[in-house]
Ligand binder design. Sequence first.
Ligand code: PLP
Length: 389
Amino acid sequence: MIPSILPTYNRAPFAFAKGENAWLTTEDGARVLDFGAGIAVNALGHANPDLVAALTDQAQRLWHVSNLYQVPQQQRLADLLVAHTFADTVFFTNSGTESCELAVKMARKYWFDKGTPRSTIVTFTGSFHGRSSAGIAAAGSEKMTRGFGPLLPGFTNLAWGDHDALEATLDDSIAAVLVEPVQGEGGIRPLPDQCLKGLREACDRHGILLIADEVQCGMGRTGKLFAHEWAGVAPDIMMVAKGIGGGFPLGAVLATEDAASGMTAGTHGSTYGGNPLACAVGARVMEVMTADGFLDDVNRKAARLRQGLEGLIAAHPGVFEHVRGQGLMLGLKCKVPAVELVKAGYAQHILTVPAADEVVRLLPPLTITDDDLTEGLARLDAAAASLAP
Ligand SMILES: *Cc1c(COP(=O)(O)O)cnc(C)c1O
């Protein structure tokens, strides 16, 4: 008999009742250290008092009004995002998938309105852009697309890191290039700064729009507000979600005035997108992350964690290969199946997240304390020791 919850997930046997920063407590009172943060969502930890206050204040006033009217909370968050990024304008969604849908529509409409239609969007292997028809067609992997055809046409999926294929493909017929500056699901694979720079230059040569999917690597995760900032270049369109709501469903598409020029009244919409609850929380997240010293502290903690992981790798050469990533978006490349290490972590009451390429993702809340980082390293050490032959 089919379970009453559609069985599309392999779930671990934890049921959490409450959380506090990097700690979760199960219904039976066990405390579990969270190095996954709901897959980079709980960027400011669980039950963050600032976010609880922002949400409950708004909950007592107004939940929903519709985008038929002005939404001041949306305006406030949009102004913050525009002030701190390359973007001139923002559309609010409820998820990364929805942000992907709009990014694709925006790029195609841009070229349609120019009178020289281009529809092809270049993407890369190992990427993840959500589970909608556009998202799975963009990522292109057999695992996500099999059985769901016909796929949305107009995507060209290139091998990640194949510069020759990229050079041969990018020409004046391409609408956009869609790329994660750091691949998340693909196994914490950062695009080297010089590659993102080169990609920007190649796009500029052909007028191609550059779309950054920063759903996972954005919002302070890599130690910059957005990961592309490390390379010193900016995209034309950017997809955001996960961390921006700190656990409340919220996403956004940010764009330059030019890239967004096709999206006039009536061309896109969302019932819930940008609702007062989500935007009140999102604005608070932005205020916290852009406060003096916040990102410095993320980078300081990231260096500590990375150093600790190097020690762990040296101590367990049969389990680990190397560590990669940036900031508090780190991946432990394993010599054992990644799910084995994640399960061994569960036994030590630490949550991590498996990714492709036998990588275990470490994505603790950006607000994690130094003591909890140390505790996490000790638990990962014990997990690795339990696997050693
Ligand atoms: C999670 C993720 C998405 C999809 O976001 P949802 O909120 O699950 O729809 C898209 N792109 C990237 C890079 C992601 O990590």
